[in-house]
Design a protein around this ligand. Structure first.
Ligand code: SF4
Length: 64
């Protein structure tokens, strides 16, 4: 099972991850990243991989 890892010291709340994998990531009303599925569904993995690559703060990883 793949697991999302977030380095919260690095995350700047840009929301790029939410735009690429909205079922997994959400920026809440306070600008804090919420991870709804730490173990993403298979259908969400491509979006999560894109988010890992695209995160401007390099705050995301996917342990596979
Ligand atoms: S893309 Fe990166 S910096 Fe932006 S909210 Fe997601 S984890 Fe945080």
């Amino acid at each position: 099972m793949s697991r999302v890892q977030v380095d919260r010291e690095r995350c700047v709340g840009s929301g790029v991850c939410e735009s690429l994998a909205p079922d997994v990531f959400e920026i809440d009303d306070e600008g804090v990243l919420q991870v709804h599925r730490e173990e993403p569904a298979a259908d969400d993995l491509d979006g999560v991989r894109d988010a890992v690559q695209s995160c401007p703060a390099r705050a995301l990883a996917l342990a596979e």
